[in-house]
Design a protein around this ligand. Sequence first.
Ligand code: ADP
Ligand code: ADP
Length: 227
Amino acid sequence: MSGLVIDDISMRFDLPNGTYVQALQDVTLDIKPGEIMSVLGPSGCGKTTLLNIVAGFLAPTGGETRINGHVVEGPDAERGMVFQQGALFEWMSVRDNVSFGPRMAGRKKSDYMGNVDHLLDVVGLQDFKEKMVYELSGGMQQRVALARCLANDPDVILMDEPLGALDALTREKMQSLVLKLWKETGKTIILITHSIDEALLLGERVLVMAPRPGRIHKEYRLPFAEL
Ligand code: ADP
Ligand code: ADP
């Protein structure tokens, strides 16, 4: 299990016209192993930028992120990202999408196929594993994305509005699934959302950010609701 330290992160985007956007200013957070934290805030307050820095996709202009004491310097398998949509291989089967990570890591099929099957069970896609991703509904595609992320067995799961595009009923089912996975696996989870309800449901900690420059406005710690 991995804890995460976000240490005085700033991010400034220099624009071609000579001006700049201060997307983040002095953001500091200490996230314990196994914590689940949701992030709320108006558009443009730097939520996605913060997540991309933690994921290692973006290098901050100030500060650093550490996982178990190691400074994050680029993407790696310790952190898994679940995006709002896209990022799946639509012309590949569900099973090939989910097994993509371990396959690329050069692991033997016999080593990972059992786990891939198990994950397809967990997200309720066992009967759809031979289907191409483009054939599936939005909710099912999000379940594929979640299973694919879990197949890499990351310690920290980063979700950028993973459920935003779903209808209310499917979203509720996915929220329960995320909570169940969190409880069962003890993974550290950071989840961006636009929904206050979702933030309260899925956040032991709820971080509210403010824009211009992007920073932490307030943080709440909640007694956890049992499902
Ligand atoms: P949020 O996810 O909270 O909506 P973002 O992290 O996407 O916010 O963006 C924060 C701010 O940084 C916004 O003002 C946005 O326009 C700006 N920004 C994000 N990415 C870039 C980029 N690659 N180049 C320039 N500005 C950017
Ligand atoms: P949505 O995201 O559209 O709300 P769900 O992901 O909740 O849908 O799926 C609802 C159910 O619809 C699935 O469990 C499945 O039984 C059925 N379904 C959705 N897409 C397909 C498909 N391409 N082929 C067969 N059944 C499907």
